[in-house]
Design a protein. Structure first.
Length: 260
Protein backbone atom coordinates (compact mmCIF):
# COMPACT_ATOMS: atom_id res chain seq x y z
CA UNK A 1 0.00 0.00 0.00
CA UNK A 2 1.20 3.49 -0.78
CA UNK A 3 0.22 5.37 2.38
CA UNK A 4 -2.21 5.51 5.28
CA UNK A 5 -5.19 7.87 5.59
CA UNK A 6 -7.43 8.52 8.58
CA UNK A 7 -11.09 7.68 7.91
CA UNK A 8 -13.30 9.38 10.50
CA UNK A 9 -16.67 7.59 10.39
CA UNK A 10 -19.88 8.37 12.20
CA UNK A 11 -21.01 5.14 13.89
CA UNK A 12 -24.32 4.18 15.41
CA UNK A 13 -25.89 0.83 16.26
CA UNK A 14 -29.38 1.25 17.77
CA UNK A 15 -29.05 -2.08 19.56
CA UNK A 16 -26.25 -0.82 21.78
CA UNK A 17 -25.58 2.92 21.29
CA UNK A 18 -27.47 5.75 22.98
CA UNK A 19 -26.34 8.25 20.33
CA UNK A 20 -23.98 8.42 17.33
CA UNK A 21 -20.25 8.69 17.90
CA UNK A 22 -17.09 9.11 15.83
CA UNK A 23 -14.67 6.26 15.14
CA UNK A 24 -11.28 6.68 13.46
CA UNK A 25 -9.49 4.12 11.29
CA UNK A 26 -5.95 4.25 9.92
CA UNK A 27 -6.58 2.89 6.42
CA UNK A 28 -3.91 1.78 3.92
CA UNK A 29 -4.60 3.29 0.50
CA UNK A 30 -3.03 3.33 -2.94
CA UNK A 31 -2.96 6.05 -5.56
CA UNK A 32 -6.31 6.17 -7.35
CA UNK A 33 -8.28 4.56 -4.51
CA UNK A 34 -11.86 5.68 -4.01
CA UNK A 35 -13.56 6.24 -0.66
CA UNK A 36 -15.57 3.06 -1.23
CA UNK A 37 -12.37 1.04 -1.57
CA UNK A 38 -11.21 2.47 1.75
CA UNK A 39 -14.50 1.52 3.41
CA UNK A 40 -14.21 -2.02 2.09
CA UNK A 41 -10.71 -2.30 3.56
CA UNK A 42 -12.05 -1.15 6.92
CA UNK A 43 -14.80 -3.78 6.86
CA UNK A 44 -12.54 -6.55 5.57
CA UNK A 45 -9.47 -5.91 7.74
CA UNK A 46 -10.18 -3.47 10.57
CA UNK A 47 -13.83 -3.59 11.68
CA UNK A 48 -16.29 -6.06 10.17
CA UNK A 49 -19.22 -4.45 11.98
CA UNK A 50 -19.17 -1.27 9.86
CA UNK A 51 -22.42 -0.92 7.90
CA UNK A 52 -22.76 0.84 4.53
CA UNK A 53 -24.47 0.23 1.20
CA UNK A 54 -22.61 -0.52 -2.03
CA UNK A 55 -23.12 -2.59 -5.13
CA UNK A 56 -21.69 -1.93 -8.60
CA UNK A 57 -18.69 0.29 -7.69
CA UNK A 58 -19.16 2.07 -11.04
CA UNK A 59 -21.44 5.01 -10.25
CA UNK A 60 -24.45 3.28 -11.81
CA UNK A 61 -26.39 1.63 -8.98
CA UNK A 62 -26.53 4.71 -6.73
CA UNK A 63 -26.23 2.59 -3.58
CA UNK A 64 -23.24 4.18 -1.87
CA UNK A 65 -24.34 7.77 -1.39
CA UNK A 66 -23.08 9.33 1.84
CA UNK A 67 -21.81 12.64 3.21
CA UNK A 68 -18.08 12.81 2.49
CA UNK A 69 -16.17 15.73 3.99
CA UNK A 70 -19.40 17.66 4.40
CA UNK A 71 -20.94 17.04 0.99
CA UNK A 72 -23.25 14.26 -0.25
CA UNK A 73 -21.39 12.19 -2.84
CA UNK A 74 -20.99 8.68 -4.23
CA UNK A 75 -18.22 6.87 -2.37
CA UNK A 76 -17.31 4.87 -5.49
CA UNK A 77 -16.68 8.03 -7.52
CA UNK A 78 -14.88 10.08 -4.87
CA UNK A 79 -11.09 9.91 -4.79
CA UNK A 80 -9.43 9.58 -1.39
CA UNK A 81 -6.58 11.85 -2.52
CA UNK A 82 -8.98 14.67 -3.41
CA UNK A 83 -10.60 14.52 0.02
CA UNK A 84 -7.25 14.38 1.86
CA UNK A 85 -5.97 17.36 -0.12
CA UNK A 86 -8.80 19.49 1.27
CA UNK A 87 -9.19 18.23 4.83
CA UNK A 88 -6.25 15.98 5.57
CA UNK A 89 -8.56 13.02 6.22
CA UNK A 90 -11.81 11.44 5.03
CA UNK A 91 -14.85 12.26 7.19
CA UNK A 92 -17.95 10.13 6.55
CA UNK A 93 -21.55 10.60 7.70
CA UNK A 94 -24.88 9.11 6.57
CA UNK A 95 -27.04 10.98 4.07
CA UNK A 96 -29.06 13.86 5.51
CA UNK A 97 -32.85 14.24 5.73
CA UNK A 98 -33.50 10.51 6.19
CA UNK A 99 -33.78 8.50 9.40
CA UNK A 100 -30.53 7.09 10.72
CA UNK A 101 -30.57 3.26 10.74
CA UNK A 102 -26.99 2.11 11.39
CA UNK A 103 -23.59 3.66 10.69
CA UNK A 104 -23.72 4.97 7.09
CA UNK A 105 -27.11 3.39 6.31
CA UNK A 106 -30.35 5.41 6.25
CA UNK A 107 -34.01 4.45 5.94
CA UNK A 108 -34.96 4.98 2.28
CA UNK A 109 -38.70 4.42 2.78
CA UNK A 110 -39.81 8.11 2.66
CA UNK A 111 -37.71 8.69 -0.46
CA UNK A 112 -39.40 5.85 -2.35
CA UNK A 113 -42.88 6.77 -1.12
CA UNK A 114 -42.48 10.28 -2.49
CA UNK A 115 -41.12 8.94 -5.77
CA UNK A 116 -44.22 6.76 -6.21
CA UNK A 117 -46.57 9.67 -5.45
CA UNK A 118 -45.71 11.45 -8.72
CA UNK A 119 -46.81 8.45 -10.85
CA UNK A 120 -43.31 8.06 -12.39
CA UNK A 121 -44.22 6.12 -15.51
CA UNK A 122 -45.61 6.76 -18.98
CA UNK A 123 -49.40 7.02 -19.17
CA UNK A 124 -50.26 7.20 -22.88
CA UNK A 125 -53.63 8.50 -24.03
CA UNK A 126 -54.18 5.36 -26.05
CA UNK A 127 -52.40 2.11 -26.76
CA UNK A 128 -50.33 2.06 -29.96
CA UNK A 129 -51.84 0.23 -32.94
CA UNK A 130 -51.25 -3.51 -32.92
CA UNK A 131 -49.12 -3.21 -36.04
CA UNK A 132 -46.83 -0.64 -34.40
CA UNK A 133 -45.72 -1.46 -30.87
CA UNK A 134 -43.09 1.27 -30.71
CA UNK A 135 -43.95 4.68 -29.28
CA UNK A 136 -41.24 6.90 -30.70
CA UNK A 137 -40.28 10.30 -29.28
CA UNK A 138 -39.39 13.38 -31.35
CA UNK A 139 -35.70 14.30 -31.25
CA UNK A 140 -36.28 17.67 -29.56
CA UNK A 141 -38.23 15.98 -26.75
CA UNK A 142 -35.49 13.38 -26.35
CA UNK A 143 -32.87 16.10 -26.11
CA UNK A 144 -34.90 17.83 -23.36
CA UNK A 145 -35.57 14.69 -21.31
CA UNK A 146 -32.42 12.67 -21.86
CA UNK A 147 -30.52 13.90 -18.80
CA UNK A 148 -33.54 13.51 -16.50
CA UNK A 149 -33.62 9.85 -17.50
CA UNK A 150 -30.06 9.38 -16.21
CA UNK A 151 -31.17 9.47 -12.55
CA UNK A 152 -29.72 6.55 -10.54
CA UNK A 153 -31.85 7.08 -7.40
CA UNK A 154 -28.79 7.74 -5.24
CA UNK A 155 -30.67 10.16 -2.92
CA UNK A 156 -27.81 12.65 -3.03
CA UNK A 157 -30.06 15.48 -4.24
CA UNK A 158 -32.54 14.58 -1.49
CA UNK A 159 -29.77 14.76 1.10
CA UNK A 160 -28.50 18.13 -0.13
CA UNK A 161 -31.93 19.78 -0.40
CA UNK A 162 -32.50 22.22 2.51
CA UNK A 163 -36.28 22.09 2.04
CA UNK A 164 -36.30 18.34 2.68
CA UNK A 165 -34.48 19.14 5.89
CA UNK A 166 -37.21 21.44 7.23
CA UNK A 167 -40.36 20.02 5.60
CA UNK A 168 -40.78 16.26 5.77
CA UNK A 169 -43.73 16.48 3.36
CA UNK A 170 -41.77 18.08 0.51
CA UNK A 171 -41.45 15.62 -2.37
CA UNK A 172 -37.83 16.46 -2.97
CA UNK A 173 -35.74 17.03 -6.10
CA UNK A 174 -35.61 13.43 -7.29
CA UNK A 175 -39.37 12.90 -7.34
CA UNK A 176 -39.88 16.26 -9.05
CA UNK A 177 -37.30 15.67 -11.79
CA UNK A 178 -38.93 12.32 -12.48
CA UNK A 179 -42.30 14.05 -12.72
CA UNK A 180 -40.71 16.49 -15.17
CA UNK A 181 -39.38 13.61 -17.26
CA UNK A 182 -42.90 12.27 -17.85
CA UNK A 183 -44.88 15.53 -17.81
CA UNK A 184 -42.85 16.78 -20.77
CA UNK A 185 -42.95 13.51 -22.68
CA UNK A 186 -45.23 14.15 -25.69
CA UNK A 187 -46.45 10.54 -25.50
CA UNK A 188 -47.74 10.98 -21.94
CA UNK A 189 -51.29 11.86 -20.90
CA UNK A 190 -50.94 11.59 -17.12
CA UNK A 191 -50.95 15.26 -16.11
CA UNK A 192 -54.29 14.99 -14.29
CA UNK A 193 -53.04 12.07 -12.18
CA UNK A 194 -49.90 13.99 -11.16
CA UNK A 195 -51.67 17.27 -10.46
CA UNK A 196 -52.45 16.70 -6.77
CA UNK A 197 -48.90 15.90 -5.57
CA UNK A 198 -47.21 18.48 -7.81
CA UNK A 199 -49.32 21.64 -7.52
CA UNK A 200 -48.83 22.57 -3.87
CA UNK A 201 -46.18 23.70 -1.42
CA UNK A 202 -45.04 20.10 -0.93
CA UNK A 203 -44.63 19.78 -4.68
CA UNK A 204 -43.06 22.22 -7.12
CA UNK A 205 -44.00 25.32 -5.11
CA UNK A 206 -41.88 24.14 -2.20
CA UNK A 207 -38.69 24.40 -4.25
CA UNK A 208 -36.70 27.54 -3.40
CA UNK A 209 -34.25 27.20 -6.33
CA UNK A 210 -31.19 26.88 -4.08
CA UNK A 211 -29.51 24.70 -6.78
CA UNK A 212 -27.94 22.35 -4.19
CA UNK A 213 -29.52 19.39 -5.98
CA UNK A 214 -28.14 20.37 -9.36
CA UNK A 215 -24.67 21.06 -7.96
CA UNK A 216 -24.53 17.72 -6.13
CA UNK A 217 -26.05 15.41 -8.76
CA UNK A 218 -23.36 12.88 -9.76
CA UNK A 219 -24.98 12.52 -13.19
CA UNK A 220 -25.03 16.22 -13.96
CA UNK A 221 -28.82 16.41 -14.24
CA UNK A 222 -30.14 20.02 -14.33
CA UNK A 223 -32.71 19.25 -11.63
CA UNK A 224 -33.58 22.82 -10.69
CA UNK A 225 -34.19 23.73 -14.32
CA UNK A 226 -36.59 20.82 -14.69
CA UNK A 227 -38.53 21.87 -11.58
CA UNK A 228 -38.82 25.43 -12.91
CA UNK A 229 -40.17 24.10 -16.20
CA UNK A 230 -42.82 22.21 -14.21
CA UNK A 231 -43.79 25.44 -12.44
CA UNK A 232 -44.14 27.29 -15.72
CA UNK A 233 -46.21 24.45 -17.18
CA UNK A 234 -48.65 24.56 -14.24
CA UNK A 235 -48.99 28.34 -14.49
CA UNK A 236 -49.54 28.18 -18.26
CA UNK A 237 -52.22 25.55 -17.86
CA UNK A 238 -53.90 27.63 -15.17
CA UNK A 239 -53.97 30.70 -17.41
CA UNK A 240 -55.43 28.52 -20.14
CA UNK A 241 -58.18 27.44 -17.74
CA UNK A 242 -57.13 23.81 -17.67
CA UNK A 243 -56.36 23.33 -13.96
CA UNK A 244 -55.44 25.25 -10.79
CA UNK A 245 -51.76 26.04 -10.29
CA UNK A 246 -51.98 25.40 -6.55
CA UNK A 247 -53.86 22.90 -4.39
CA UNK A 248 -53.71 22.15 -0.69
CA UNK A 249 -51.10 19.48 0.04
CA UNK A 250 -52.11 15.94 0.82
CA UNK A 251 -51.38 14.64 4.35
CA UNK A 252 -48.15 12.72 4.74
CA UNK A 253 -48.28 9.46 6.67
CA UNK A 254 -45.76 8.58 9.36
CA UNK A 255 -42.88 10.48 10.93
CA UNK A 256 -39.72 11.32 9.07
CA UNK A 257 -36.79 12.00 11.32
CA UNK A 258 -33.66 13.60 9.91
CA UNK A 259 -30.35 11.95 10.63
CA UNK A 260 -27.88 13.53 13.00
Amino acid sequence: MGSHVVFQVMRYDPRRDVEPYWAEYDVPVDEGDTVLMGLMRIRESLDGSLAFRASCRSGICGSDGMVINGRSQLACKTQVAAMVAVRGRVVLEPLRNLRYVKDLVVDQTPFWKKFRRVEPYLMPAAAPPAAERRMTMPQDAFDLLSKASDCIFCEICYSECPINGIDRGFLGPQALIKAFRFEFDPRDDGAAARLAPLSNVEGVWGCRTVFNCTDACPKGIPITEGIQRLKRKLVAETLAGMQPAYRSPEPVEGPEVASS
